[in-house]
Design a protein. Structure first.
Length: 459
C-alpha cells in the first residue's frame, strides 16, 4: 500500500472550490485561447499550475506579518530577514526583491553581454529568458540520465561536470560571465542535485575564476534529498547541509515563493562587495530601497519565518512523501512520469503518453488542455512551448529533451483525496488518449511565450 507521513499541521482556515460541469469547462477553455494561464482561478477545481507563491502560510507566519515594520528605510523586518538569510545561506551581502525573476534580472543585467554563455545543469524559463533578453546563450549541461524518464538515478538533476569542462575550454572563460546550478532541477523533472556534484561544479568554476551562483528556490527540498540519498549526510541536520551547499557558491538567486512558503518575495545574495554595490544600485532603480526591495515589511517578516519552516524535517518528510504518493499512484495506472518522483511536482512524460502528437503541435499543451476539460485541473506544459528557443548566434531552434506536463504541488494546501481525484481523471484520459488533438500557436511573444500564447486545435 502506498502511503506517506500524516500532515505535521492542523487546518484552521479553508477556501471553497467548485468543479464546473463539462460544458462550462469547454467554454472557459475556448475563451482562454486554449491556454490554462488565461483561465480565472475561480473556474479551476484543483490548481497544480505552480508551487510558486501558492502555499498556505502558517500561524507563525501570519503572526509575523502583524509585526511588519513598514518604514521606508531600515525597517526591523529587513533585519529579521537578514538574520535568517545569514544563518542559512552565509553570504556577506543580500538584497530583497519582489520575487526570484527580479533577482535574475538584476544579475543578468550586470553580468550577461551579447555573445556570452551561461552554463547550468538546466536553466528554468525565467532564467533562460533573462539571459536571452541580453543576447546571451543559456547552456544546459544536465547529466544524460535525465533524458530517460524511467531511470531511477537518485540525483538526476546533476550537472555533467565533464561537459562543463569542455564547454569552458571551447568558449573561453572570458565569454562566460557566470556559471549556475539550479536546486532542485525544475526544468529536468524537479530532480535533486548531490552535494558531491555541487562541490565538483564549484571546483571547476573556481579554477577558471567564473563566479558561481545557485538558483536556490527549492534548496530545502534539495537538502532533504541529500540527507535521504547521499552517503555521509544521513545524520546531518538540514541546516548544516544547507550551509555546506552554499559554502561552495559565490552567490544565490532565490524565489522565496517556493521553499520559504510565502506568496511573494525573493532575494539576491553574494560575497563580492563590488557586485553587491552595483546590484543595490539596480535595485533602487527598479525595485525599491535596499531594505525593502519591492516588498512590504510584512512580506519580509513572513519570509524570515518561512525560511526556517521550509527546513523543518517533519514538514519535508511529509511533503516529499506526498509527492511520491502522487507519482506512484499515477504509475500504477500506466501514466509515464519522470522517475523517481521529486520534491515539488510530478512531471508527466506527455511526449510518451500522447505519442501520436508530434512535438511541433505540442503534446504537453494538449495534455494540459485535456486535463482541464476532463476534470477542471490546471497544470503547466514544460516542453517545446515553454523551453524551445532560437539560438541567438546560429538561429537554430533549440528544443528541450522531453515534452513534459508538470503537476506542481502547492505547499500545505491539498490532501490525499485531492490527489486521488487527479489520478482518477488521468485514468479516464488514458482510456481515450489517442483521440486528443494537437494544438498550433495563433499568437506568441518572443520570450516566455507560454504565459500569454493562444492556440487552436489541429484537426
Amino acid at each position: 500500500m502506498i502511503s506517506y507521513p500524516p500532515e505535521p499541521f492542523r487546518i484552521k482556515v479553508v477556501e471553497k472550490i467548485q468543479l464546473l460541469d463539462r460544458e462550462a469547462r469547454e467554454k472557459v477553455m475556448e475563451e482562454a485561447g486554449f491556454n490554462v494561464f488565461n483561465i480565472a482561478s475561480k473556474d479551476v477545481y484543483i490548481d497544480l499550475l505552480t508551487d510558486s507563491g501558492t502555499g498556505a502560510m502558517s500561524d507563525q507566519q501570519w503572526s509575523a506579518i502583524m509585526q511588519g515594520d513598514e518604514a521606508y528605510a531600515g525597517a526591523r523586518s529587513f533585519y529579521r530577514l537578514k538574520e535568517s538569510v545569514e544563518k542559512i545561506f552565509s553570504f556577506r551581502y543580500f538584497i530583497p526583491t519582489h520575487q526570484g525573476r527580479a533577482a535574475e534580472n538584476i544579475l543578468a543585467e550586470l553580468l550577461v553581454r551579447p555573445g556570452t554563455m551561461v552554463p547550468s545543469n538546466t536553466h528554468f524559463d525565467t532564467t533562460q529568458a533573462n539571459i536571452l533578453a541580453r543576447g546571451g546563450r543559456p547552456e544546459n549541461l544536465v547529466i544524460s540520465e535525465s533524458e530517460d524518464p524511467s531511470t531511477r538515478y537518485p540525483f538526476k538533476g546533476n550537472m555533467d561536470v565533464a561537459k562543463l569542462e569542455r564547454v569552458i575550454e571551447e568558449v573561453g572563460t572570458e565569454n562566460i560571465p557566470l556559471g549556475m546550478i539550479t536546486i532542485t532541477n525544475n526544468a529536468s523533472g524537479g530532480q535533486p542535485v548531490s552535494m558531491e556534484n555541487i562541490r565538483q561544479a564549484s571546483e571547476v568554476y573556481r579554477r577558471h575564476k567564473i563566479p558561481f551562483f545557485i538558483d536556490a528556490c527549492r534548496y530545502a527540498e534539495n537538502a532533504f534529498f541529500i540527507k535521504s540519498r547521499e552517503s555521509g549526510y544521513e545524520n546531518k541536520p538540514l541546516l548544516q547541509i544547507a550551509n555546506e551547499i552554499f559554502s561552495y557558491a559565490d552567490g544565490v538567486i532565490m524565489s522565496a515563493k517556493k521553499d520559504a512558503i510565502v506568496n511573494i518575495g525573493g532575494f539576491l545574495a553574494m560575497n563580492d562587495e563590488q557586485l553587491f554595490n552595483q546590484a543595490r544600485n539596480k535595485l533602487v532603480l527598479r525595485e525599491g530601497f535596499p531594505t525593502y526591495g519591492g516588498l512590504a515589511g510584512r512580506d519580509l517578516d513572513a519570509i524570515a519565518v518561512g525560511l526556517w519552516e521550509g527546513l523543518e524535517e517533519s514538514y519535508l518528510e511529509y511533503r516529499v512523501g506526498q509527492t511520491k504518493y502522487f507519482g506512484e499512484r499515477l504509475l500504477q495506472i500506466g501514466v509515464p512520469i519522470v522517475e523517481p518522483p521529486g520534491g515539488h511536482a510530478i512531471y508527466v512524460d506527455a511526449g510518451m503518453m500522447l505519442s501520436h502528437i508530434s512535438r511541433d503541435i505540442f503534446p504537453g499543451q494538449a495534455l494540459s488542455i485535456e486535463l482541464y476539460l476532463e476534470g477542471g485541473i490546471r497544470a503547466v506544459e514544460l516542453g517545446s512551448v515553454a523551453f524551445a528557443y532560437e539560438d541567438p548566434s546560429t538561429g537554430e531552434t533549440i528544443y528541450p529533451a522531453l515534452e513534459m506536463l508538470r503537476l506542481a504541488i502547492p505547499r500545505r494546501v491539498y490532501t490525499r483525496a485531492h490527489f486521488d481525484f487527479v489520478v482518477d481523471v488521468f485514468g479516464r484520459i488514458m482510456e481515450n488518449r489517442e483521440t486528443i488533438p494537437g494544438y498550433r500557436l495563433t499568437y506568441a511573444p518572443k520570450l516566455l511565450r507560454h504565459f500569454t500564447a493562444a492556440f487552436e486545435p489541429v484537426q
